[in-house]
Design a protein around this ligand. Structure first.
Ligand code: DC
Length: 224
């Protein structure tokens, strides 16, 4: 099996780029952030503060998560049987996901689900710690990044398209808060694997970034 790990901060275009690259190569695309988002959503729905370790841990045994892929390769997240793929995209759930992701027991809870997918399929897996921890033997590792202003602009356009009433300044503050939370947490902080290729997409269109990554991955695959 071949694994391609794509890590990086939120809003660098990871999911769109990873999905496009996976579909061109016939790989399964796995968005691991969706798993943390589903746990965050479950905490919010249960009235639990996502930062509070003990109550979040107590919820884990009730959480049943699975991923399903439709005919177009789009990933759906099932939380206790309910498709929450849309509900997990709000800005409230983004912050909740980042908070629960700092809890070691949550990361442990999601570990096997991610590894088993990579054992069974050729995958393009996007996340924060895929190349460093989840799939340290991934044949190809990419760290995708962009300036926080660029990432906030993309995220702002996305949220406005979803009808959220939010300003660019709020989105930029959220992006920077999440970066700090993700980079400074004690467990598996966001950082490139030593053997990852860093790609900065600042100023690129999505199409340019997809082309860039597709060429890079094509070259790497030929060397395997
Ligand atoms: O990629 P995303 O924005 O959907 O991720 C949501 C949050 O989950 C993000 O703030 C960090 C966390 N996350 C993580 O810690 N490890 C991963 N592999 C994926 C996401």
């Amino acid at each position: 099996m071949i694994s391609i790990a794509i890590d990086g901060p939120s809003g660098a275009g990871k999911s769109t780029i990873a999905r496009a690259v996976a579909s061109r190569r016939g790989f399964l695309y796995i968005d691991t952030g969706a798993l943390y988002r589903a746990v965050g959503l479950y905490a919010l729905r249960s009235g639990v503060e996502p930062k509070d370790e003990a109550p979040v841990i107590a919820l884990l045994e009730k959480i049943k998560l699975s991923l399903r892929h439709d005919a177009e390769g789009k990933q759906h997240v099932l939380l206790c049987g309910e498709d929450v793929s849309e509900d997990i995209r709000s800005s409230e759930v983004s912050l909740a996901a980042s908070a629960v992701a700092a809890i070691p027991a949550v990361r442990e809870f999601l570990l096997e689900c991610q590894r088993s997918l990579a054992r069974e399929h050729d995958v393009v897996m996007d996340g924060r710690d895929i190349g460093t921890f989840i799939l340290p033997k991934a044949q190809i590792k990419i760290f995708l990044t962009a300036s926080s202003a660029d990432r906030a602009r993309r995220r702002f356009d996305e949220l406005r398209a979803r009808g959220e009433d939010i300003t660019y300044e709020q989105v930029l503050a959220d992006v920077e808060a999440r970066d700090t939370q993700d980079e400074q947490r004690a467990v598996m902080p966001l950082r490139p694997a030593p053997d990852a290729v860093t790609v900065d997409t600042t100023g690129n269109t999505l199409e340019e970034s997809i082309r860039l990554l597709d060429v890079l991955i094509g070259n790497k695959l030929r060397q395997l």
